[in-house]
Design a binder for this molecule. Structure first.
Ligand code: 2IT
Length: 445
């Protein structure tokens, strides 16, 4: 395999799919050497088979708002790869969603799910629907219209969607209710369900908790820990909340969270009351973080800026792809940052990632750091299949073990002779090898 040749073919074919091409390039560059030491992969065209999704569904989603006006959105499901298990991955409802976004996310999901060691393939789906400012009734009508199309492609052993940006417990509820009605079965076909109807304890917290467990391993490896460290977080949704909660519990001081409107600098650090306020902010669905500074006057709201300009020990991007660029990386490095861990998918641009690695700063990519979310989804599937529920402690213990294993796999494949761990290389090779081996062993299908 020659990265240059393969990339130019993909660039020609998918010239407008910027995010997809970015994600593929990153993986190809880190696995090239390992891949080329396996002639059996090349012979079976494994890489060409892995970079293309198995199939993509696109459908029209017509729905009516509370005033009776009609809206048309586009819905997607990208079934990327099922070599390791049923297709698995979230649904994103956000105006920025395009096929490129969902192909990049499905591609990343395939390797992320491989890293979890649970039997899950990779998929992603969603819509350009914007839930911001919509009433519950509008969201319900949209979810029902979306599921009316999606339901025929999914199933508990075929493809199991979950939440992502814009799809939380409310949306999962409406989607699940409608799936059940159409399919006439109660099989846990979505994860992230309510606790009384098949959901798993710890699922809402899992992405953030898992991310912070991963950071703890990164710090331990350089003989450090979280206690007393300052942490800047982007976002204020479910993932940011889980990360802030666990980081605070483990003795770190979370000094920033952010929204599309700007960021909050809270020198005193978040506490229980402020963490709960994050949940309240999210529930209002207005997608702004500024009310935090009205509620807690000691905090400052900085309009239209990102929190990466703050001096902090640890930076945790928890919002959206490419939210931390080269300029931000430069600022963080100048301010003496120790560790950057992506809890969002592909949160850093390639330029930012290269700057961290060149400066030997601890940096780990989303597919390793944020795998806790889909891991607990996998555990939810297990509980549904067994028709019983585990306690929060049981789930949390399993999550900790999984994050530890992912960290070890990254170190195994990413450790350099100078002692620095290249987590990008580590995560990509570890994830890729599992998928590639499975694709090879299952023959041409
Ligand atoms: O990016 C992700 O891993 C998710 N949005 C969670 C996917 C899942 O199936 O729980």
């Amino acid at each position: 395999m020659k990265v240059k040749e393969l990339m130019s073919k993909l660039e020609f074919k998918y010239s407008n799919e910027k995010e997809y091409l970015q994600a593929v390039r990153e993986v190809l560059e880190s696995i090239e050497e390992t891949y080329n030491s396996h002639p059996e992969f090349e012979k079976a065209r494994i890489i060409e088979r892995i970079v293309e999704p198995d199939r993509v569904f696109t459908f029209k989603v017509p729905w009516q708002d509370d005033r009776g006006e009609i809206h048309i959105n586009t819905g997607y499901r990208v079934q990327f790869n099922n070599a390791l298990g049923p297709y698995k991955g979230g649904l994103r409802f956000h105006p920025s969603v395009t096929l490129s976004t969902l192909k990049f996310l499905g591609f990343e999901q395939t390797f992320k799910n491989a890293l979890t060691t649970l039997p899950m393939g990779g998929a992603k789906g969603g819509s350009d629907f914007n839930p911001k400012g919509k009433s519950d009734a509008e969201v319900m009508r949209f979810c029902q219209a979306f599921m009316t199309e999606l339901w025929r492609y999914i199933g508990p052993d075929t493809d199991v969607p979950a939440g992502d940006i814009g799809v939380g417990s409310r949306e999962i509820g409406y989607l699940y209710g409608w799936y059940k009605k159409l399919a006439r079965e109660n099989t846990g076909v979505l994860t992230g369900k309510g606790i009384n109807w098949g959901g798993s304890l710890i699922r809402p917290e899992a992405t953030g908790f898992g991310g912070v467990y991963f950071v703890r391993h990164m710090l331990n490896k350089i003989n450090s820990d979280l206690s007393g460290k300052t942490v800047a977080i982007s976002g204020f949704g479910n993932v940011a909340w889980g990360a802030a909660l666990k980081a605070t519990e483990l003795g770190a001081k979370v000094i920033a969270i952010s929204g599309p409107d700007g960021y909050i600098y809270d020198k005193a650090g978040l506490n229980e009351e402020k963490l709960n306020f994050m949940l309240y902010l999210r529930a209002t669905c207005n997608d702004v973080v500024s009310p935090y500074a009205e509620e807690f006057p000691e905090a400052v709201f900085v309009k239209a800026k990102k929190p990466w300009e703050l001096k902090c020990d640890i930076a945790l991007p928890c919002a959206i792809q490419n939210e931390l660029d080269g300029q931000d990386a430069k600022q963080l490095i100048e301010n003496g940052v120790t560790c950057i861990a992506e809890i969002s998918n592909m949160g850093c641009t390639p330029e930012a990632v290269n700057m961290f690695i060149d400066n030997k700063i601890l940096y780990a990519p989303g597919k390793a750091v944020n795998a806790g979310g889909v891991s607990v989804s996998g555990l939810e599937m297990t509980q549904n299949a067994m028709k019983l529920n585990w306690s929060a402690e049981e789930v949390d213990t399993k999550l900790k073990t999984i994050m530890n294993n992912i960290h070890e796999a990254c170190v195994k494949y990413g450790n350099r002779p100078d002692g620095y761990t290249d987590y990008v290389k580590g995560a990509n090779i570890a994830g890729f090898m599992k998928v590639a081996q499975a694709v090879l062993e299952q023959g041409l299908c």
